[in-house]
Ligand binder design. Structure first.
Ligand SMILES: Cc1ncc(COP(=O)(O)O)c(C=O)c1O
Length: 415
């Protein structure tokens, strides 16, 4: 807890503060709705009704049918369920390959890696220097041995939105299922599962002002997955375990509130994000916005400050009460660039100098002003402490579009 200084939070992609209405609903459910939703008596039925209401709100957020929403304990579980469940369910069809991308969250990459040790093959698609997966790369990788293709809707580090509709069409042409990790889009930008033309979608409550440990996997009607949690007949036999009623009530309220403010909030955040980027580029020499030429979610920017170690900048900002995150993780005393920036084939320096600023509900113009006032002197000071490299490469060529089989996904830094 930082006491006595102004605090500004620019790390909404890591997690969001719980909305006051969600806090109230969770507290009420904790106190009053303690029944087991599987119980036949009134207490159980009250819990079941609360879950039904929450499920309807989540379904409404993503344009789904209520029966297609399976509650989980968050994005990581939803991703695991989608990939493991699809892989196991498709074994009988002799489909033992999973196709995903080099910029996925560890919840997907490490699950693929694990399945790779269990006799499945994982094909990892490259991305362009703008952080986008191309339909050509997927077409090249596809075959009738693919069980499931998993491509995230938007990337958590750079915010780039992937061409999901096109990619799903390519996957379906070969009879594969298509999963998208929408943890960074659901509740932030309009998401409609039918318009996307997909089979499976992961979302997580704590990314849109809901409680941590609450999430959902949307499973298109008719798609069969093998369960990854076995036990009772909860969630229509798809996910065993007594439901976390208060957490899921919170997820439902967060989904309802998000739906109501999606469009307006997106416009507000995009304006602030764009002003932040513009002014940083104007006021601070040798800065580059990563992924800027791609379609991006409105709240995210990832900026490289040449000659400045991202961790040092993060700490200097934290001392001023400003919370951001880096695109690199400290591993064995060295700065390891994030697997996302590495996959974009950025020069090493640019990846190690990258800071992610992610905006949200509490972000104001005044906060952006304060950040913009503080950044230039801090960057100048940090640069004066190290010798600046002579050039900054702004190469924007496309990365290799061949598919690679990778056994080790990037860093262990997960957000
Ligand atoms: C893109 C993405 N997928 C999955 C996750 C994991 O979600 P959860 O924290 O709910 O397990 C995150 C969290 O940072 C994420 O950003």
């Amino acid at each position: 807890m930082i006491v006595g200084i102004v605090r500004n939070y620019f790390d909404y992609n890591a997690t969001t503060p719980v909305h006051p209405e969600v806090v109230e609903a969770v507290a009420r459910a904790l106190a009053d709705t303690f029944g087991n939703a599987s119980s036949v008596h009134g207490f159980g039925q009250q819990a079941k009704a609360a879950l039904d209401e929450a499920r309807a709100s989540v379904a409404d957020l993503i344009g789904a049918d209520v029966a297609e929403v399976v509650f989980t304990a968050g994005g990581t579980e939803s991703d695991n369920f989608a990939l493991r469940g699809a892989a196991e369910a498709q074994e009988a069809r002799n489909r033992r390959r999973i196709v995903t991308t080099a910029i996925e969250h560890e919840a997907v990459l490490n699950t693929c890696r694990h399945l790779g040790r269990r006799g499945y093959t994982c094909t990892i698609l490259p991305v362009t220097t703008h952080g986008v997966v191309t339909p050509a790369a997927l077409s090249e990788a596809m075959g009738d041995d693919v069980a499931v293709v998993s491509v995230m809707h938007a990337n958590n580090e750079i915010g780039t939105v992937q061409p999901i509709e096109e990619l799903a069409t390519i996957a379906h042409a070969q009879g594969a299922l298509f999963h998208t990790d929408a943890v960074q889009t659901a509740g932030k930008v309009p998401v409609n599962v039918r318009a996307l033309g997909i089979d499976l979608l992961s979302l997580s409550g704590h990314k849109f002002y809901g409680p941590k440990g609450s999430g959902a996997l949307w499973i298109r009607r008719g798609v069969r997955l093998a369960p990854i949690l076995t036990g009772g007949r909860h969630e229509r036999n798809r996910r065993a375990g007594t439901e976390n009623v208060p957490g899921l009530v919170g997820l439902g309220v967060a989904a309802r509130l998000a739906k109501a403010s999606l469009v307006g909030e997106g416009i507000r955040l995009a304006a602030m994000r764009d002003r932040l980027e513009r002014t940083v580029l104007e006021r601070i020499p040798k800065t580059t916005v990563n992924g800027v030429r791609a379609l991006r979610v409105p709240n995210t920017t990832n900026i490289s400050f040449e000659g400045v170690e991202a961790e040092s900048l993060l700490i200097a900002l934290d001392l001023e009460g400003i919370a951001v995150s880096t695109g690199s993780a400290c591993s064995s005393g060295t700065l390891e660039p994030s697997h996302v920036l590495k996959a974009m084939n950025l020069p090493t320096g640019r990846a190690q100098n990258a800071i992610r600023f992610s905006l949200g509900r509490g972000t104001t113009d005044e906060e952006i002003d304060r950040l913009l006032d503080l950044l230039p002197p801090i960057v100048e000071k940090l640069r004066s402490l190290v010798r600046m490299p002579k050039t900054s490469s702004l190469v924007e060529a496309h990365g290799p579009l061949t598919t690679l089989t990778v056994s080790s996904p990037g860093s262990s830094h997960s957000r």
